[in-house]
Write a new protein. Structure first.
Length: 387
């Protein structure tokens, strides 16, 4: 038996498609009414005072870094077990990521290590940062809600309060998740969501920042629009800004998708439940761990871990050959070539991150997967592990 399974698929309806067509039948393809309508869906969902839509999650993270006043040489505690964008947003401003290792069960930043780092920062500086704590200052903490599960944000906020740090919550994988009943993205000073096609909600490319901070929100609105402050004319630019605007087609698709958020999340929950029932029966396979304080997991990807005795990369090849695409999740950020070159990190620096990075494998996942497809993937995993 052979099936060709897609790694991920957007979950689009005719209504989502029609929303895009409605836009392209008007002359307003940017800066029209759909962008604020899309933004409003985030205020409605999360209760945040401001939502600022941009053209990627990465752009959203960068705007948070700028709005928080993080600049050259500033230190930000963050995690090496993430998609690179969470760290890159700091590097764009020449800030220095101070990595701490993660919780082995969830893959989220370990709050005890983060607390220790905030107290004893010099112990955690990268080898090549050539800084002393005299000429650098700890400004912020940037946790990531990995694979759709919120980080332990109460613990993070306690650290932030004690050391007067800004908290930027990278919720790009966790739209709709809840932590102790509170929405992901609302748990720090800033929250960021992303809408690449494999995310829970997609706009093709896009992102949204949420915050309750009026001043930061105004700044981010200016920075996404070439630095135009309120009152500036089209060719007046108060700040050094960017073109991080989302277009109206994307915003319209996003607003339509957001009106179906509950359905989108529920379908993904069903697929995750099918996987869990089948995969937890297979010896040598660990299924995702959901914390007690995760009151709702927002399934982004489905990452399983193999027992150390298996060669993950060899199994990955065999799964691919049988029509089951897979991805190692994540290749640790500190070991990416440009990071090694710039900061001098080595294998062994973050052992938990590296261990999960070696054993974890994302298998096909989306809200439109059928039970037959899930059956096939699980059968292939079972058979290939037995060989
Ligand atoms: C998807 C994602 C982003 C943003 O990605 P874009 O492709 O720029 O939208 C940022 N951080 C994490 C952890 C992500 O998974």
């Amino acid at each position: 038996m052979y099936m060709k399974i897609p790694m991920s698929s957007p979950d689009l309806t005719d209504a989502d498609r029609q929303a895009v067509i409605d836009v392209i039948n008007t002359p307003n393809l940017s800066m029209g009414k759909y962008t604020p309508a899309f933004e409003k869906t985030f205020c409605d969902l999360t209760g945040a005072k401001h939502a600022i839509a941009v053209n990627s999650g990465t752009a959203g993270l960068h705007l948070c870094v700028r709005a928080a006043g993080i600049g050259p040489g500033d230190l930000v505690i963050t995690t090496p077990f993430s998609f690179v964008a969470s760290t890159n947003a700091l590097l764009f401003e020449n800030a220095i990521p101070v990595f701490v290792d993660i919780d082995p069960r969830t893959g989220n930043i370990n709050p005890e290590l983060a607390a220790d780092a905030a107290k004893n920062i010099e112990k955690y500086l990268p080898r090549h940062s050539s800084l002393t704590t005299h000429d650098s200052s700890l400004k912020a903490i940037l946790p990531v809600d990995v694979f759709g599960q919120p980080a332990d944000m109460d613990a993070i906020n306690t650290i932030a309060k004690e050391h007067e740090l800004t908290v930027i919550e990278d919720s790009c994988e966790a739209l709709g998740a809840t932590y102790k009943g509170r929405q992901a993205g609302t748990l720090g000073d800033f929250g960021v969501f992303a809408f690449y096609p494999n995310k829970q909600v997609t706009t093709g490319e896009g992102g949204v920042v949420i915050t309750n901070d009026d001043k930061a929100a105004n700044m981010m609105r200016a920075l996404r629009n070439q630095g135009r402050a309120p009152g500036d004319t089209w060719l007046q630019h108060t700040h050094l800004g960017y073109n991080y605007r989302i277009d109206e087609m994307s915003a319209a698709m996003g607003a339509s998708q957001m009106s179906r958020l509950e359905e989108l999340l529920t379908k993904r929950e069903q697929v995750a439940a099918w996987y869990e029932a089948r995969l937890s029966e297979i010896p040598g396979v660990e299924v995702p761990f959901v914390e007690s304080f995760t009151t709702r997991m927002s399934w982004f990807v489905y990452v399983i871990r193999f027992d150390k005795k298996f060669d993950r990369d060899e199994i990955a090849k065999r799964l691919e050959a049988r029509g089951v695409p897979v991805r190692p999740y994540f290749l640790p950020i500190h070991l990416q070539p440009y990071m090694v070159e710039r900061f001098g990190w080595c294998e062994g620096d973050f052992p938990v991150t590296e261990d999960l990075g070696r054993r974890g494998l994302a298998i096909p996942f989306s809200g439109v997967m059928t039970e037959e497809q899930v059956d096939y993937v699980c059968m292939v995993v079972r058979e290939e592990l037995r060989k």
